[in-house]
Design a binder for this molecule. Structure first.
Ligand SMILES: [Zn+2]
Length: 334
């Protein structure tokens, strides 16, 4: 076949006539003939319809238009495309590979990430978790939270109730250093209670004033202890950080990772599975103490109603998805 030849030193186009024998390429011109073994050739992989480049050991090269002539030449020469190219040539394989990669990414996000976070969470040193939680609470105190206005005797009653919840689950003992109940007020958030990764639980006046009975407040706190017990806050934080880190690495911008890590601790919403886990912890724990899990259902109902009325969609409802489904489940319990 005819090929355009460049000597590798000038941009002058020349013409060569190419012939092939098994394992050997022959370049023919007016000056004569040149034989090059297949092993010394570098043949570019096909890319679209662009001419393929055949590089010779002295850096000269030929440009070869794709087509049956080239295919015949390469076949006679004994050149085989790499297996990847052979696969690429078959578009359905390419498509299948693409689907495979997408499935893999989705699976990694859906199952791999939560699994990794669950495995990693217990390995993070308590000191680091406590420091992170302390800083988070400080940041919240500066921005969103105000001192509680709940009467001292009311705080004491609820704190005593919280202590009985702790005493009822020996497994919570490992959080003893930091497991405490904080009272705060937050008109901007509305009725809410949340746990920090190290086990500190913040109860907002607005939840007590909904009004909620002691049984309902304690049921919500038990649910929060479920999040603590299963390290949901920490796991969520790890997951969000990994996503942020991957995104940052992909986009080449690491500043987005360092910005607002602490805020993730509270704004990141728990997954459906985590809510279910915290609910079933609460149901079991409340039953073990002779309390009724129905109190959690009625508390959720009041929370949903309160947030609906004051339209704080970023509060409890956002951090606790599927509320109505959960209420139905809790109310259906024997
Ligand atoms: Zn929850």
């Amino acid at each position: 076949m005819q090929a355009t030849y460049f000597d590798g030193r000038s941009s002058r186009r020349q013409t060569r006539h190419l012939l092939a024998e098994p394992g050997c390429l022959i370049l023919r011109s007016q000056e004569g003939e040149r034989r090059i073994s297949l092993a010394q050739l570098h043949i570019s992989e096909p890319q679209g319809s662009a001419p393929r480049v055949l590089r010779l050991p002295d850096d000269s090269y030929c440009e070869l238009p794709q087509g049956w002539e080239l295919d015949a030449l390469l076949e006679r020469l004994g050149h085989q495309n790499s297996p990847v190219v052979q696969l690429q040539a078959r578009w359905h394989w390419s498509l299948a590979t693409l689907f495979g990669v997408i499935l893999l990414l989705v699976a990694a996000y859906q199952w791999g990430l939560p699994w990794g976070a669950r495995a990693l969470a217990p390995m993070i040193p308590d000191g680091a978790v406590q420091q992170l939680s302390r800083q988070t609470l400080q940041a919240l105190d500066q921005n969103l939270l105000q001192p509680s206005q709940l009467a001292a005797h009311r705080q004491n009653e609820l704190r005593a109730g919280f202590q009985t919840l702790l005493a009822a689950d020996p497994q919570l003992a490992k959080y003893n250093a930091s497991l405490q109940l904080h009272f705060r007020r937050a008109p901007k958030i509305g009725p809410n209670a949340f746990a920090l990764p190290d086990g500190q639980v913040v109860l907002l006046d607005e939840l007590v004033d909904m009004p909620a009975s002691d049984a309902e407040v304690l049921a919500v706190l038990t649910h929060e202890l479920g999040h603590v017990r299963h390290q949901h806050g920490l796991r969520q934080l790890i997951q969000s950080s990994v996503v942020a880190a991957v995104t940052a690495a992909y986009l080449g911008d690491l500043s987005s990772l360092t910005a607002g890590l602490a805020s993730l601790a509270v704004t990141a919403s728990y997954s459906r599975d985590m809510e279910r886990e915290a609910d079933s912890y609460a149901i079991d724990a409340l039953r073990r103490q002779g309390r009724s899990p129905a109190a959690l259902g009625s508390a959720l109902e009041k929370l949903a109603k309160a947030h609906h009325e004051i339209d704080h969609a970023d509060g409890w409802l956002a951090s606790h998805p599927d509320t109505s489904e959960r209420i139905r489940h809790l109310n259906s319990l024997p």
